[in-house]
Design a protein around this ligand. Structure first.
Ligand SMILES: C[S@@+](CC[C@H](N)C(=O)[O-])C[C@H]1O[C@@H](n2cnc3c(N)ncnc32)[C@H](O)[C@@H]1O
Length: 258
């Protein structure tokens, strides 16, 4: 599915990072303009170097040092006084400003960024609280205070941002990991043919990262992305081995109305 609006054949990749999951040469065959966005500017530079994409530089723009949660700066400024109330935090996280250099694109892809945002911004923030702690879905000790609300606010804000970045008639591809071998060790050796069944049963049993339930994400696009969408598709899950952990990953694809 490729959008056909005056955004041309443009692609914006959020959380492009080191681009282990991107083939820039192939993407340049398909898109006239590619914008790679990440908090980590060095990772984007490394991506260009490692894929020898210098020759493609007229097509590729890198936008590094951009916080896509929209809340990191305010969160930093509020420390150590911690004067950013939970209500204000949630309000800000639900409504991230569209980063200045970004426009609208015929395709916007979020590449395993959502759980990073939730993990580093929502869970990381709550960890600084003095409330009792427990182990979160990413294996870190986290406080319970406001945790679920923060995670869901980041999720809703990310969907809203995707809706704002996609041009009318364009396509959103939200690729996200949703459970890991920490809580689903069968991910290491399940037969590929049984992966869908394993993941369905994990989701039905509530075993997924807070804010990354694929069924809820797919449903949310219809109601919360900030732009009307239709034709939501959920790809069968695939396995992503990262160090000594395995993740189940899916892609949710939707097209914005003209
Ligand atoms: C799991 S990686 C994505 C994988 C990436 N496509 C790759 O192959 O390297 C998540 C990316 O999200 C970026 N990230 C984390 N927090 C961010 C934030 N607040 N704003 C923008 N990017 C962020 C990280 O720098 C990292 O590159």
């Amino acid at each position: 599915m490729v959008g056909n609006h005056d955004a041309g054949r443009s692609l914006c990749v959020l959380g492009a990072g080191n681009g282990n999951d991107l083939d820039l040469a192939a993407l340049c065959q398909r898109y006239d303009r590619i914008t790679l966005v990440d908090l980590d500017h060095e990772a984007l530079k490394h991506l260009i170097e490692s894929q020898k994409a210098d020759s493609l530089s007229r097509q590729i723009e890198i936008v590094g040092g951009v916080d896509l949660s929209g809340i990191l700066e305010e969160q930093r400024e509020s420390s150590p006084g911690g004067d950013l109330s939970l209500e204000r935090w949630i309000e800000r996280a639900r409504n991230p400003a569209k980063p200045e250099p970004l426009s609208q694109y015929s395709v916007v892809a979020s590449t395993c960024l959502l759980t990073q945002l939730i993990d580093s911004v929502a869970i990381g923030e709550v960890q600084t609280s003095s409330s009792p702690t427990e182990t979160g879905s990413h294996g870190k000790p986290v406080s319970k205070t406001g945790l679920a609300e923060r995670c869901l606010a980041i999720r809703d804000g990310h969907l809203r941002l995707l809706g704002e970045l996609v041009a009318p008639g364009g396509v959103i591809v939200l690729i996200t990991d949703f459970v890991s071998s920490d809580t689903l060790p069968e991910l290491f050796d399940v037969d590929e043919r049984d992966l869908g069944r394993l993941c369905s049963s994990a989701i039905n049993g509530g075993n997924f990262f807070t804010g990354a339930n694929p069924l809820v994400l797919a449903h949310s696009f219809k109601t919360r992305s900030g732009a009307e969408t239709f034709e939501v598709r959920l790809a069968p899950p695939w396995r992503w081995q990262m160090g000594n952990r395995a993740f189940a990953v899916t892609a949710i694809t939707t097209r914005r109305n003209l």
